[in-house]
Design a protein around this ligand. Structure first.
Ligand code: ZN
Ligand code: ZN
Length: 251
């Protein structure tokens, strides 16, 4: 099969490689769509060169169709349209045993520790695989992983119907947060972003107000839009040190 492999920092090549052989608890997925995550760029630039074993196949945000099913994976069939949770916990450590695999101390990430999705086929443990509903296209489903981050953030922020929510940063995650906040019932979503094209996008995906903090004082603008009260919830999605500092000022 064809796979996009990283042979060292900033050295990508399209190679012919063996198709992955699955274990009884794994499935083989034919990749249909794959997104490029910020962490793929970190891997590409060599930020994880002590962890990544070259040649490595990056990619963990993807959708695909099940091509082969291990004998112990009884809940999936060939032809299922799927997405995955790209973090594979060990299932044996203390935190896994305590029912908290999300903080497993030995987890492996697809596209970092395991061969990833920038290939025709990728294999992963069956318990990481989720079928997608009929009405969802594989193209849309490729965004399941970043969108799940946004849904989780909104759930943690306890966004309620009628809330005013400030979302700092409108990169891929911030744009997902803007949509998720509206989905959770936010009445007003105020998006903050310094790049013009992303500000435009934020309005297209549902932001009620889009503010460029380089042009206006964002804290003052949020106060004006909320009759001086401030926002009910603030979600920081810029990842920039300057993004989180004024967060408290909006609330
Ligand atoms: Zn990602
Ligand atoms: Zn574990």
């Amino acid at each position: 099969m064809k796979a996009l492999r990283l042979h060292g920092p900033k050295t990508l090549r399209l190679d012919d490689v063996e198709e992955p052989q699955i274990e009884p608890d794994e499935v083989l997925i034919r990749v249909e769509y794959a997104g490029v995550c910020g962490s793929d760029l970190h891997v590409y630039r060599g930020a994880m060169r002590n962890r990544v074993k070259y040649p490595a196949i990056p990619g963990h945000e993807f959708s695909g169709v099940v091509a082969r099913v291990g004998s112990r994976v009884t809940w999936l069939s060939e032809g299922d349209r799927v997405v995955v949770n790209s973090v594979v916990p060990c299932g044996r450590c203390v935190t896994c045993a305590a029912g908290r695999p999300n903080i497993c101390t030995n987890f492996k990430i697809l596209g970092v520790d395991l061969p990833g999705a920038f290939a025709e086929y990728v294999k992963i443990r069956g318990d990481r695989v989720y079928r997608i509903p009929e009405g969802l296209s594989l193209r849309e489903a490729a965004l399941a992983e970043p969108f799940s981050v946004a849904l989780h953030a909104c759930r943690r922020a306890n966004i309620e119907i009628g809330d005013t929510v400030v979302v700092i940063g409108q990169g891929p995650i911030g744009l997902c947060v803007t949509q998720a906040a509206k989905h959770y019932g936010a009445e007003k979503v105020i998006a903050l972003e310094i790049l013009g094209n992303r500000l435009e996008l934020s309005k297209r995906v549902g932001a009620d107000f889009a503010i460029n903090p380089r042009e206006v004082d964002p804290v003052k603008a949020v106060r004006e839009l909320t009759n001086g009260i401030g926002a009910d919830k603030v979600i920081e999605a810029s990842g920039a040190p300057g993004g989180s500092r004024p967060s408290a000022g909006h609330a």
